[in-house]
Design a protein around this ligand. Structure first.
Ligand SMILES: NC(=O)c1ccc[n+]([C@@H]2O[C@H](COP(=O)([O-])OP(=O)(O)OC[C@H]3O[C@@H](n4cnc5c(N)ncnc54)[C@H](O)[C@@H]3O)[C@@H](O)[C@H]2O)c1
Ligand SMILES: CC(C)[C@H](C(=O)O)[C@@H](O)C(=O)O
Ligand SMILES: [Mg+2]
Length: 367
């Protein structure tokens, strides 16, 4: 059995961290028989310069037919004309693949408690998942436009739209996920102000009453949540929220782990008749133009995204755990990229150096 994975490095540090993800996959193929075939796909600014579009039809088709996609990051692509970028960028790929459920786990590693911006006693033991709705909301709502008014001043419009079906679909995933964890869901919206927030709360409440009373449900207004996640993040298990709030709140939560370079993600769609879910795995971070080309990006978010792929797309739980344990062991052993707080006197490792430390632990743990 071969597992076909399309790897799309993208731009900036996306290229750098995907090279490390590839090394991990190759190690797993050689030592664990994971039989993953990597085919490279292109997306990003360079592709646009060369071809006039940032992502070709072939790449979209290859992504749809692959067993999973590993994605680095795109960015710096703001120079690409907006209509082309919208039609052929990352959002278009998520839409084309039907990826509505974005899992963003946040974990406080014991070894990184000096890297988090929270107090150790607040961050210690945090283990939560932000489940972000990924295919609707203000990212895709119509109308969206910028117009020039008679006054000569411009006016811009974005539209937040959610249907009951979209809310129920992501809420069901949240409750099912909670059943495999600590049985708690926090649903985050702004129902005191927004129509979509009101509908969100109604639909989540009704689904909970009808099918998931064994799961503890809390509704948290998004502004309060932004405070609570910093005050006491351990109170959360599964956090389900919309596309925009999920984007913001997961980046903020990254500092519980110690760096945006630590957060992996899985984006999943609806299972087909054979049970296969369309899936794309990517670090939560972007192309980081401020550090691109320096060889200092943290590859852990990308490597943990490989672990998520092993678990969610291929059911290779033992291999996923092996990768996660190797990451933890490398951190325990003192490996730190520059984004993680480096204690006086300790030299940070490079991107490749972090992967080397992780691969040494893989070798040691696999025997
Ligand atoms: N999924 C994606 O492809 C994705 C996600 C977020 C942002 N972006 C794009 O990336 C570009 C840059 O955006 P930004 O700077 O606001 O966000 P960013 O996530 O690229 O970087 C934010 C900050 O975190 C740091 N950082 C991020 N990842 C890191 C890593 N692995 N190791 C060490 N440090 C890391 C960066 O150096 C930067 O200081 C923009 O064009 C944006 O649209 C793409
Ligand atoms: C690059 C951008 C479109 C993207 C998003 O907002 O979804 C990114 O921030 C993310 O979190 O994956
Ligand atoms: Mg984001």
């Amino acid at each position: 059995m071969t597992r076909n994975v399309l790897i799309i490095p993208g731009d900036g540090i996306g290229i750098e961290v995907m090279a490390e993800a590839r090394r991990i996959v190759e190690w797993l193929n050689a030592h664990r028989g994971t039989a993953i075939t990597l085919t490279e796909g292109e997306m990003g600014t360079e592709v646009w310069r060369r071809t006039g579009v940032p992502m070709s039809d072939e790449t979209i088709e290859a992504a749809k037919s692959a067993d999973a996609v590993l994605f680095g990051a795109v960015g710096g692509d703001e120079i690409i004309p907006r209509p082309i970028r919208r039609a052929r960028g990352l959002l278009a790929l998520r839409r084309a693949m039907g990826l509505y459920a974005n899992l963003r786990p946040v974990k406080a590693y014991e070894a990184l408690l000096d890297a988090t911006s929270l107090k150790e006693r607040v961050a210690r033991g945090v283990d939560l998942v932000v489940l972000r709705e990924l295919s609707s909301g203000v990212y895709f709502g119509e109308p969206r436009f910028t117009e020039t008014l008679p006054s000569g001043k411009r006016r811009a419009v974005d539209t937040q739209v959610y249907t009951e079906e979209e809310i129920e679909r992501i809420a069901r995933d949240a409750f099912l996920l909670a059943r495999t964890r600590r049985g708690q869901v926090a649903s985050v919206e702004k129902s005191n102000v927004m129509e979509t927030g009101r509908l969100w709360r109604d639909v989540v409440t009704a689904l909970h009453a009808a099918e998931f009373q064994d799961v503890a449900l809390r509704h948290v207004l998004s502004d309060n949540f932004a405070m609570q996640i910093i005050r006491d993040p351990r109170q959360f298990d599964v956090v389900v929220t919309d596309n925009l709030f999920g984007d913001l709140l997961s980046d903020a939560s990254a500092m519980i782990a110690g760096s945006l370079g630590m957060l992996p993600s899985a984006s999943l769609g609806t299972a087909d008749a054979s049970g296969r879910r369309p899936a794309l795995y990517e670090p939560v971070h972007g192309s980081a133009p401020d550090i691109a080309g320096k060889g200092i990006a943290n590859p852990i978010a990308a490597i943990l995204s490989v672990a998520m792929m092993l678990r969610h797309s291929f059911g290779l739980t033992a291999d996923a755990e092996l990768v996660e344990k190797a990451v933890e062991a490398a951190l325990d052993g003192g490996a730190r990229t520059a984004d993680l707080y480096v204690q006086g006197g300790i030299q940070p490792v490079t991107t490749a150096g972090m992967t080397k430390a992780i691969m040494e632990k893989l070798e040691a743990l696999a025997v």
